[in-house]
Design a protein around this ligand. Structure first.
Ligand code: ADP
Ligand code: MG
Length: 601
């Protein structure tokens, strides 16, 4: 407000409490993602082992967060909604040694000022649950209810009464993505807690809560990236404080265009901090291409009295008492990890399918140790374009072309396969120096395409095939929604889509792997596969769905040339023995087993 020259200065007045409450609420609750953040923090502070988040309409229509934590005793429920009401600080000294995520006692008060709220809670020892309902910022009901132990809170019509705030919101899909980013960050910060996020009734993220940070990263960013991460563990203590840095970071070959896949936590709190990010990027100096950023999860731990988390209303910024020590520890921790980068550990594609994998592995005869294996890039070379060299020469050739790869575990190697023919239009028969191979053509092609699509997607350069004439595709409701939600993923695969009237989309380009398909059918088939693909989550799910739809099917006749191309491409994959779902792609009968079976030995 500006005061015209000569006019009297307006009188200073105290704001009415409702107005003050709304201003304060606005600092804490900017968008649906901030509500979700506060509610997750409350759940974690309550010791939850499971946190379920469900949103509709980007969270503006409805947010529900349910936990199995300690609950709120019925007689304290009303207090929990008062401003500056908290069970987490007793006096000002505690403020300088915060051990919980919340402590300001503002979140619930702010949330009821921003939307309609219903909270149901029950400590495990109490026979009945307590319920509190708020509408238009006022309490409407306080009473008993029946519910499981823990707390469930539902927020509806966020910002309905705050049109100014509403105008700043982005499209529901964008708000939903911001919510997902928050849930992802906490799922990674706390792999010991099981998180579930559903967006408009669809499962978007599930972590198992088994405590493995790599598994949590896999749920968020896909198994391939998680597998490549290197472990960081570094501790530093001096007269000027103490700090420990732990976590996982990508090797220099793993990077991405945004900083969003580098998650930093300070004493378990997700933090966004330029200097901290900078310290990590310093460690990668000259190792990453320009404009690309590292990926990983880093947990910084300092004694609680050496960190000030009360810098910002949303607690996203922190200050360290010994800043230099922390930055130095972070940079050193990462640099040392990158220097000593060991070969990444290997885990099966789908942990649950361990047994099937074991079954596939026993069929593979051990191969001589110490022979490094190449990891060609799939984003650029179309399958079959590798030089047609038989025997181990092709492996050596790739090695020379590769860039300093580490030896991989024995089980990953595949010798050069010579195609002999097809059985049942489903299995390829091949010969290798070490015996006979039977290859499931669909599973094998799925594996090939999966890695190629994932690599192209990760590189930010999807292989796309523009259509000569754009095609209009009418979509059913659910699929139209799915297209809306997957805008980014679809573009990352090479789909170029524009919204048309109603629920139709205009397809201008398709991923190169679908180039020989009818574009409308290909899009529908992909969406359909994605919906039914419930065994995988996160990016893996989308990539596997596309790979499945683009792959040759059981029953497709392949000529010898096509068989050769497929085998060549399979040899070049990182994990040739399993399809993206962990099913075996091949069976191996060693020369020795053949000889034994025929009584020659
Ligand atoms: P703060 O988290 O800063 O203490 P909040 O407004 O977020 O403030 O919550 C107020 C109080 O309500 C908390 O201190 C806690 O005692 C209680 N509370 C809120 N959410 C939960 C929950 N999910 N489980 C158990 N107690 C909760
Ligand atoms: Mg809180």
């Amino acid at each position: 407000m500006s005061v015209p020259a000569g006019a009297a200065w307006p009188r200073i007045r105290l704001l009415p409490p409702e107005v003050a409450a709304r201003i304060a609420a606005g600092e804490v609750i900017e968008r649906p993602a901030s509500v979700v953040k506060e509610l997750i923090e409350n759940a974690l502070d309550a010791g939850a082992r499971t946190v379920e988040v469900a949103i509709e309409g980007g969270g503006c229509e409805r947010i529900r967060v349910r936990d199995d934590g300690c609950g709120i005793p019925a007689d304290q429920l009303a207090d929990a909604f008062e401003r500056h009401a908290t069970s987490k600080l007793r006096d000002e000294h505690d403020l300088f040694a915060v051990r919980t995520l919340g402590f300001r006692g503002e979140a619930l008060a702010a949330i009821v000022a921003a939307g309609d709220v219903e909270l149901v809670t029950r400590p495990a020892a109490d026979p009945v649950a307590a319920l509190a309902r708020y509408r238009d910022g006022r309490r409407e009901r306080l009473g008993g209810a029946g519910a499981a132990a823990g707390t469930s809170i539902e927020v509806r019509d966020l910002f309905a009464a705050l049109p100014a705030r509403r105008r700043f919101l982005r499209a529901p899909q964008a708000e939903a993505r911001a919510v997902a980013q928050v849930v992802q960050a906490y799922a990674l910060a706390r792999p010991d807690v099981s998180f579930r996020l559903s967006v408009d009734g669809r499962a978007a993220l599930v972590t198992d809560g088994a405590g493995d940070a790599r598994a949590a990263f896999a749920a968020v960013h896909g198994e391939a990236r998680a597998r490549a991460l290197l472990a960081v563990d570094h501790e530093r203590a001096g007269e000027d404080g103490r700090v420990r840095v732990q976590g996982l970071v990508g090797p220099p070959a793993e990077h991405q265009a945004s900083r969003r896949a580098l998650y930093l936590f300070a004493n378990g709190r997700s933090v966004v901090s330029r200097p901290l990010t900078h310290a990590v990027e310093e460690a990668y100096h000259a190792l990453l291409p320009a404009g690309r950023h590292p990926i990983g999860i880093l947990q910084i731990e300092v004694p609680p009295d050496e960190i000030d988390v009360n810098v910002h209303p949303t607690k996203a910024e922190v200050r360290f008492r010994h800043e230099r020590l922390v930055y130095a520890a972070l940079a050193t921790a990462v640099r040392e990890t990158l220097r000593g980068a060991p070969a990444p550990g290997w885990t099966p594609a789908v942990p649950g399918d361990q047994q099937r994998w074991e079954a596939a592995r026993v069929l593979l005869a051990p191969r001589p140790a110490g022979l490094p294996v190449a990891r060609p890039s799939f984003g650029v070379s179309p399958e079959g374009s590798r030089p047609d060299v038989e025997g181990h020469a092709s492996v050596a050739g790739d090695m020379a072309a590769g860039h300093g790869q580490e030896p991989l575990p024995l089980s990953e190697r595949l010798p050069a396969l010579r195609a002999l023919g097809q059985v049942d239009a489903t299995y390829l028969v091949a010969e290798a120096p070490d015996g006979l191979y039977l290859v499931d053509q669909h599973a094998a092609h799925e594996r090939v395409l999966y890695e190629r699509i994932a690599a192209a997607r990760a590189s930010g350069r999807p292989e796309r095939q523009p259509l000569l004439a754009p095609v209009v595709v009418a979509l059913p409701v659910a699929q139209a929604l799915l297209v809306g939600q997957q805008e980014e993923a679809l573009a990352a695969f090479g789909f170029e889509l524009d919204a048309a009237d109603g629920r139709a989309v205009i397809v201008r380009a398709v991923p190169a792997v679908l180039a020989d398909r009818d574009p409308a059918a290909a899009l529908l088939a992909y969406l359909d596969r994605f919906e039914r693909e419930t065994r995988l989550s996160g990016p893996d799910r989308a990539v596997a769905s596309l790979a499945c739809r683009a792959a040759v099917m059981a029953g497709d006749r392949l000529d010898l040339e096509q068989q050769r191309a497929l085998l060549r491409a399979l040899e070049a994959t990182e994990t040739p023995q399993t399809c993206p779902h962990g099913r075996p792609t091949l069976l191996h009968v060693s020369s020795e087993a053949l000889a034994r079976s025929f009584g020659r030995r």
